[in-house]
Ligand binder design. Structure first.
Ligand SMILES: Cc1cc2nc3c(=O)[nH]c(=O)nc-3n(C[C@H](O)[C@H](O)[C@H](O)COP(=O)(O)OP(=O)(O)OC[C@H]3O[C@@H](n4cnc5c(N)ncnc54)[C@H](O)[C@@H]3O)c2cc1C
Length: 415
């Protein structure tokens, strides 16, 4: 049986230097772990906050220094060995060591939180002017291009990152077109009805949204100049941003013996199988007891909570570990509006229970069977937090409605 780490001065190694890594470190020290902690990250920077990359950093309101979670002193004071620019290349479970582009690093307990990277566009192109957005360098490069006076921006993908880039481009006064393969934007995140409704925000702010279409060919001399769409339309383009989702950073674990699918396959406690090896954040797939299904979340709050939870499980030891349940909460800022969602978008019914879309302020509830399973808010942060609690405590639909007052069907509340 594996001992709780607190009493045994074990060495914890955390691979990946993002939010989950930081929260795990903080919680280990808070919980009394006095052994060594090492963070091994491929990036040359201390852990930094990614949400501002598609918002204030793109708009030139924040720099890298503004988005670092903690400065050098924090890691020194918490006795964390930082391995920057150190990429993990393999894992030897039996030897309990992580292979890197430098020397191998031995561990007693391991957290893998290597996050996810933007999926590249399958059409190969050497042309300049094509961007993805995952790291701070991507955001700075894209910002320079947006501020360079190149007026026509095309974004492939109308998910949250695509929508936020469109919002930034419009606020810089650039001609903006979103090309979306699915019939409705944000369908995977908030379901088709609400995704369709929220798409009106683009029109409100002068961005053109094209759905059920993709890019067939990219033309240009040295840099992108024109796109041929799958519907035959040709559109001029100076900057092409690819926002078609992310893939978990698990390539380095192939052949390690860990189970890999859409992420690192974990049990309900975020254990990746062998005692003392865990995953958290964007890279982890786990059975979420709250919704009775397995999922991988690419959201800030989930990464923070899972990082913390893994620390507690490490402190408790393999036999004492507890399941992680998460409410799949996220937010997005677009065109000055705050969108928030909690729960599951897989629903039998969606109903606006407060406000109205025409006022660009509302709360919608999602029903599965007789349960409240999800909630979406546009500019209703307090109401959303209440709904999140209701979802987390498994509130029945009728009781949730009663608590909120009576609602109107979503279709009647649209403009
Ligand atoms: C542009 C952008 C905007 C976002 N906006 C929002 C938002 O508005 N709301 C929201 O809820 N969420 C948002 N997110 C998502 C949120 O930031 C992530 O869910 C969160 O950062 C995940 O944390 P993590 O610790 O799992 O991974 P990350 O923060 O991605 O950190 C993973 C780290 O691991 C490193 N790494 C990868 N492979 C290796 C390797 N082999 N060896 C060593 N290190 C490696 C990476 O370089 C990275 O530093 C946004 C994400 C992005 C990219």
């Amino acid at each position: 049986m594996q001992n709780p780490i607190k009493s045994t001065n074990r060495r914890v190694v955390i691979v990946g230097g993002g939010l989950a890594a930081l929260r795990c470190t903080e919680e280990l020290r808070r919980g009394g772990h006095d052994g060594r902690i090492a963070i091994v990250t491929a990036e040359p920077h201390l852990p930094y906050d990614r949400p501002p990359l598609s918002k204030d950093v793109l708009l030139g309101k924040k720099e890298l220094g503004d988005v670092l979670y903690r400065d050098d002193a924090f890691y020194r004071e918490h006795q964390v060995d930082m391995y920057l620019s150190r990429r993990a290349t393999g894992l030897r479970i039996r030897e309990r060591e992580v292979l890197t582009n430098g020397s191998a690093i031995a561990f007693d307990d391991l957290l893998i939180c290597t996050g996810a990277s933007p999926r590249p566009f399958p059409l190969k192109s050497d042309l300049e002017g094509i961007y993805t957005l995952g790291r701070v360098e991507d955001a700075l490069r894209l910002r320079a291009a947006l501020q360079n006076g190149a007026p026509r921006v095309v974004i492939l993908g109308a998910g949250f990152i695509g929508a936020e880039v469109a919002s930034a481009a419009r606020s810089l006064g650039l001609e903006t077109t979103i090309v979306n393969l699915a019939a409705t934007p944000l369908e995977r995140a908030v379901g088709p009805e609400m995704g369709g409704m929220l798409s009106a925000l683009h029109a409100d702010h002068g961005a053109r949204l094209l759905c059920s279409v993709s890019i067939e060919e990219i033309f240009g001399q040295g840099r992108v100049e024109e796109l041929l769409l799958t519907n035959g339309e040709r559109i001029p383009c100076d900057i092409l941003v690819i926002g078609i989702g992310s893939a978990p950073n698990i390539g380095w674990l192939e052949g390690s013996g860990l189970e890999l699918a859409n992420g690192i396959v974990c049990d309900a406690t975020l254990s990746a199988g062998p005692p003392g090896i865990y995953a958290a954040g964007d890279v982890a797939w786990w059975p979420n007891g709250l919704f009775g299904r397995g999922m991988r979340c690419e959201q800030w709050t989930n990464a923070a909570e899972q990082g913390r939870h893994v620390a507690r499980n490490m402190l408790a030891g393999h036999e004492g570990r507890t399941p992680f349940v998460g409410s799949n909460y996220f937010w997005s800022d677009q065109y000055g509006h705050r969108i928030q969602f909690a729960g599951s978008e897989v629903a039998d019914e969606v109903k606006i229970v407060k406000g109205a879309f025409e006022n660009r302020r509302f709360l919608a509830y999602y029903r599965k069977g007789d349960q409240l399973c999800g909630a979406l808010a546009l500019n209703e942060p307090k109401a959303l937090m209440l709904a999140k609690q209701q979802i987390e405590t498994g509130t029945r639909w009728d009781l949730a409605l009663e608590a909120m007052g009576h609602g109107v069907p979503w279709s009647a509340a649209t403009t």
